[in-house]
Design a protein around this ligand. Structure first.
Ligand SMILES: C=C1C[C@]23C[C@H]1CC[C@H]2[C@]1(C)CCC[C@@](C)(C(=O)O)[C@H]1[C@@H]3C(=O)O
Ligand SMILES: O=C(O)CCC(=O)C(=O)O
Ligand SMILES: [Fe+2]
Length: 376
């Protein structure tokens, strides 16, 4: 079996015309997932009611209360919802997808100029060959930080530093895209605050100075899509995810009512989901939903994922009004950088990440306490 230092998932060297080669070329074994996790075909579609964002904040009290009631229902159940009439410029979204092709269409050697360094979460990753030894995801990704601090154009700076001055305009575009995502996120945080009864400004203020993550997901065509996954089953460790599925290529699936459902792409909509960190902020009341992405043998699939994260100084703990005898604290206080470090260095995010992190925190603090006691 050849070793793969970096696997070129663009599969330029593999015949992309299956009709001319009926015997399919097997994919490398590291990308083959266990039978119980292999994708199932012909799934039911999950049609969820949409949140009309501009209508909810238009000043119409009926629209606002209906939206908050709907949000509370879906977030207590699974944490996924669709947002339409979001106010984000369609041209900005189109450019964000178009510029993905510029980057991922380059040769691997050129993309590796932005390669993710060990211990960092930003940069280019290809099949995650360097991070995991099995169940590799069939995707390439480019991840970078966004800071809501308007005095810093960290996204533009990232593209210029990683790829050169020629990429400044691409960096400016993704800086604008992230600013738009941050604005939508803060509006959703207002609605979630009202849905949970903690007030419109509580979570908005908490995420005002967010230091978030933007990820470009590029899923190459796969000759054996039933053997692998583009992104494995997981809950996002972050606080809120705003995802845009490009054109008509299906791929996102969510696990609701004990079965996988396909989320049909809608270019006019964002798919939004609660992440683990918001589950902790809501004292477990709002769910971080299990989801995954499948690939196919007809078309490349792309998605834009904005992961809202609190500023590193913020302590993640639920407001007092969400904790009482009937709702005791479930998760310990933590700061986001500690959880991010756990997800990058100690644990591959799945559906149990938050509980595994809570146990890890306890053990780490416990052993630190024991160490300090033993030195007395
Ligand atoms: C904080 C993060 C880690 C991941 C990117 C963001 C939010 C989602 C996480 C991830 C996508 C969950 C599935 C596993 C993972 C390794 C992946 O497939 O990319 C996760 C990301 C990561 O650790 O790089
Ligand atoms: O590409 C998708 O549809 C989902 C990707 C995802 O879940 C993630 O990047 O966390
Ligand atoms: Fe995700």
């Amino acid at each position: 079996m050849p070793t793969f230092s970096t696997l070129d998932l663009n599969l330029r060297n593999i015949d992309n015309n299956p009709s001319s080669s009926p015997s399919k070329i097997p994919i490398p074994s590291q990308f083959v997932w266990p039978d119980h996790e292999k994708p199932t075909l012909n799934l039911p579609q999950l049609h969820m009611p949409s949140i009309d964002l501009m209508s909810a904040i238009s000043g119409n009290p009926v629209a606002l209360s209906e939206t908050c009631f709907l949000l509370d229902q879906v977030c207590r159940k699974h944490g996924f919802f669709i947002v339409v009439n979001h106010g984000v410029d369609a041209e900005l979204i189109a450019k964000a997808h178009e510029f993905m092709d510029l980057f991922f269409g380059m040769k691997v050697e050129e993309k590796q100029r932005a390669e993710r360094k060990v211990g960092e979460h930003c940069g280019y990753a290809n099949g995650f060959v360097g991070r995991f030894s099995c169940k590799l995801p069939w995707k390439e990704t480019l991840s970078f930080r966004y800071s809501a601090d308007c005095n810093r154009n960290v996204v533009e700076d990232y593209f210029v530093n990683a790829l050169g001055e020629d990429w400044r305009n691409v960096g400016k575009l993704y800086q604008q895209y992230c600013q738009a995502m941050s604005k939508v996120s803060l509006t959703i945080m207002e609605l979630l605050g009202m849905s949970l009864g903690v007030g419109r400004s509580y979570f908005r203020d908490f995420f005002e100075g967010n230091e978030s993550i933007m990820r470009l997901n590029y899923y190459p065509i796969c000759q054996n899509p039933d053997q692998t996954l583009g992104t494995g089953p997981h809950c996002d460790p972050t606080s809120l995810t705003i995802l845009h599925q490009h054109d008509s290529v299906h791929g996102l699936q969510v696990f609701v009512d004990q079965q996988w459902h396909s989320i049909p792409p809608n270019p006019q909509a964002f798919v939004v989901n609660i992440g683990d960190t918001f589950t902790a902020l809501s004292n477990g009341m709002y769910k971080s939903c299990l989801h995954r992405a499948v690939v196919n043998e007809e078309a490349v699939r792309k998605s834009l994922a904005f992961f809202l994260c609190p500023n590193e100084e913020k302590v993640v703990k639920p407001p007092g009004c969400l904790v009482d005898e009937k709702n005791p604290r479930i998760f310990p206080d933590f700061r986001w950088p500690t959880f991010l470090h756990f997800s990058q260095e100690h644990y591959r995010a799945d559906e149990k990440t938050l509980h595994a992190f809570s146990n890890w925190l306890f053990q780490t603090k416990f052993s630190t306490t024991l160490d300090s006691l033993s030195k007395c």
